[in-house]
Design a protein around this ligand. Structure first.
Ligand SMILES: [Mn+2]
Length: 377
């Protein structure tokens, strides 16, 4: 990394259990293997100062062990392109674990074996989520902005008018043939039944199911040297009567206390948490930077309390003060992995919605520019 990415060895941390992932922040990009991405590793390698990718094995059914041979092949492909594979996003948590069913134990065992396999190929950070039924929700994947680009957008009334299966069908129809993580066809089939199940699950029970999972996997993550970062709920408000957990600073504090370990952390997602204007993102960064192994940084434009469009990364293009966010990360001692999150679809690019090359490359350069300037003040 360039010399201006400073060592944080002398910076104060959030608590005695604060993580020490690396000596410096690393900029990465999300990338989908096996031909499921229009963006190539060679293209990512040419974005200045991007050192690696956050990736996954999309072919493995949720709950199964990620095979070591497939992970080795994936790592070798990424290394051959001159990039690192230190971050996995995501290993999905089987619904039986989230539901607290007796069958959860076998899926937790398999999750733990996946953690060991990830460590064996040099993975240091794992992003996952604990959202019931759906990973994320939007009403549109190609909403036009005034500049002629398209973005993912969310309109609360439109989402309420659709049932989750209809949203899934609509998103897959808009996805240009790419897989939509969290909206896998096999998941859509079970959606109605899952929805009914959760109507009788209290928030307290759901939190307890999360703690059961953490108590079983975090010790294995500690042994394996993997920093786990839970992704916030997207959007961060109740939907269809489903329990939500990671939606606010208060809930993040509760989550970290469920299993207090440096290996039990948060993936910051500014766009997810920030969709609720009550969430003060710079304050969240300042408070929890020491427990964030991974950060997704993007901007959004709100039109109503529960309506928003994703936007280009710069502060002027959306509602967030990106300088304040990056400064809070910097001053909080953030030393994990960071990536521009979704981007607009620009310049005629035909890519997986939200994951084109061009606008994410612009986002990475912008975030790196802010980071350099903050470090040189
Ligand atoms: Mn995110």
């Amino acid at each position: 990394m360039a010399a201006w990415i400073l060592n944080f060895g002398d910076k104060p941390y959030f608590s005695h259990t604060a993580i020490k992932v690396m000596t410096a922040m690393k900029m990465i990009l999300r990338w989908f293997p096996h031909g499921d991405d229009s963006v190539t590793l060679a293209q990512i390698r040419q974005i200045p100062c991007v050192t690696g990718v956050a990736t996954c094995l999309p072919g493995v059914p949720v709950g199964e062990v990620w095979p070591l041979a497939m992970l080795r092949a994936l790592r070798d492909e990424i290394h051959a392109a001159g990039l690192e594979m230190e971050v996995i996003e995501s290993v999905n948590v089987h619904e039986d674990i989230k539901k607290g069913l007796p069958t959860r134990n076998q899926y937790i065992e398999q999750y733990n074996q996946t953690l060991r396999n990830l460590a064996a190929v040099g993975v240091k950070c794992l992003c996952y989520n604990f959202m019931p039924v759906m990973d994320w929700t939007r009403s549109e994947l190609a909403h036009p902005l005034e500049d002629g680009s398209t973005v993912l957008s969310y309109r609360h009334e439109a989402v309420l008018r659709m049932n989750p299966a209809a949203i899934g069908d609509a998103l897959l129809g808009d996805a240009r043939g790419y897989s939509m993580p969290g909206w896998e066809p096999e998941r859509l089939g079970a959606m109605q039944e899952d929805m009914r199940f959760y109507q009788n699950v209290s928030r307290e029970t759901y939190w307890a199911n999360l703690q059961y999972f953490l108590d079983a996997v975090v010790p294995v993550a500690e042994e394996a040297g993997i920093f786990m970062g839970i992704h916030p709920d997207d959007p961060p408000w109740p939907l269809y009567g489903l329990p939500k957990v990671i939606t606010s600073a208060e809930n993040i504090q509760t989550f970290l206390a469920l299993h207090d370990s440096p290996n039990n952390g948060l993936t910051l997602c500014t766009g997810s948490l920030g969709a609720n204007a009550a969430n003060d993102i710079p304050a969240i960064c300042r408070t929890f930077a020491g427990r964030m192994p991974f950060a997704h940084v993007r901007n959004i434009r709100r039109h109503a309390p529960r309506d928003f469009d994703e936007s280009a990364h710069p502060s002027a293009c959306g509602d967030f003060d990106m300088y304040a966010i990056m400064k809070a990360l910097y001053e909080g001692g953030f030393d994990g992995y960071i990536r521009p999150d979704h981007g607009r679809m620009i310049w005629g690019e035909k890519a997986r919605p939200g994951y084109g090359l061009y606008d994410r490359a612009l986002g990475a350069a912008y975030l790196l520019g802010l980071w350099e300037a903050i470090g040189k003040r």
